[in-house]
Write a protein that binds this ligand. Structure first.
Ligand code: NAP
Length: 274
């Protein structure tokens, strides 16, 4: 039996367990997936135990702190300077970042493309990944954050790393017609479900809205966009997509969109029974 885990602090309730278990079941992998809470100061001591696993996912606050313990980084982990997936081989740790693959998979399953005018809300970890991907895909990117300085800093980093320019503005000043809006802020997430990162006018003009939030499954942002006739998608398929990409790294088995949708369904069921 293979052993996998998610490390982070605090972890509370995580949808990663039902998602990975559903993926392994579909792929016929004899494995388990558990949560391992590791406080920031305990990470150095925990590395020895982690090396006994076959692989693990990494979430806040260890995504950058794990870097010194890795012997090699995949292309995306190198680009983002952050790791969410570690494979263990012969006692050595190899890091990769599958968040971007999950993001691209979520968009693909929803029939959305990172092209044309894209408005990205947020300037944190997930926004950083989405900004690089949108720039590399050739989108005309605007980054909107509640702090315009943070949006400008991310736009400058995008330019430095990809050579592509991105506009920056404050969230409250975001305006215009966009082919795609991507929300990478927690604004609107449970329990603050009456909040919305953008004004109604800009939402109503968008052709598509992808919200990385999955609890609730339809945020105020998505409900407003849907009422205005836009295509909408939440972050569940993104979450299942990054998990599937991690399972592929660990076990060498590819997953279809149907597998990812089945894993997202298992997560939805878990959310609904909570
Ligand atoms: P993060 O690094 O903490 O960044 C959060 C960003 O959102 C920052 O730019 C922050 O601004 C901004 N923000 C926080 N609260 C806000 C509010 N009330 N209004 C407007 N902006 C606000 O977090 P993250 O890891 O990037 O995650 C962001 C969101 O994406 C979370 O909801 C997370 O659950 C979701 N996510 C989903 C997936 C998935 O697989 N579906 C994967 C990753 C993340 P300041 O810098 O000013 O604080």
């Amino acid at each position: 039996m293979k052993h996998f885990a998610l490390i982070g602090w605090p972890l509370g309730h995580s949808l990663s367990v039902p998602i990975h278990r559903a993926l392994m079941r579909r792929a016929g992998i004899d494995g388990d997936y558990i949560l391992k809470e590791i406080a920031p100061e305990d990470l150095p001591r925990a590395v020895g135990e982690l090396k006994k696993l076959d692989g693990f996912n990494v979430t806040i606050p260890h995504k950058i702190e794990i870097l010194p313990y890795l012997c090699a980084l995949g292309e995306k982990a190198e680009l983002f300077g952050a790791v969410n997936t570690v494979a263990v081989k012969d006692g050595q740790l190899y890091g990769e970042n599958t968040d971007c693959l999950g993001f691209l998979k979520g968009l693909q399953i929803a029939g959305m493309k990172l092209e044309g005018r894209v408005l990205l809300c947020g300037a944190g970890g997930a926004a950083r990944m989405a900004a690089f991907e949108a720039a590399m895909a050739g989108a005309e990117l605007t980054i909107a954050a509640r702090s315009v300085q943070k949006a400008e800093a991310l736009a400058a980093e995008v330019q430095k790393k990809t050579g592509k320019t991105a506009a920056a503005c404050a969230l409250r000043a975001a305006d215009g017609s966009f082919d795609l809006i991507v929300n990478a802020t927690p604004c609107g997430m449970f329990p603050h479900t009456d909040e919305c990162p953008l004004g109604e006018t800009v939402i109503a003009r968008a052709k598509g809205v992808f919200d990385m939030i999955y609890n609730p499954q339809e945020t105020k942002l998505l409900a407003t966009a849907r009422a205005a006739g836009a295509k909408t998608a939440n972050g569940l398929t993104m979450l299942a997509g990054q998990a599937a990409a991690a399972e592929t790294i660990w076990n060498g088995i590819p997953f279809t969109n149907e597998d990812i949708l089945a894993a997202a369904k298992a997560a939805r069921k878990e959310l609904e029974t909570k």
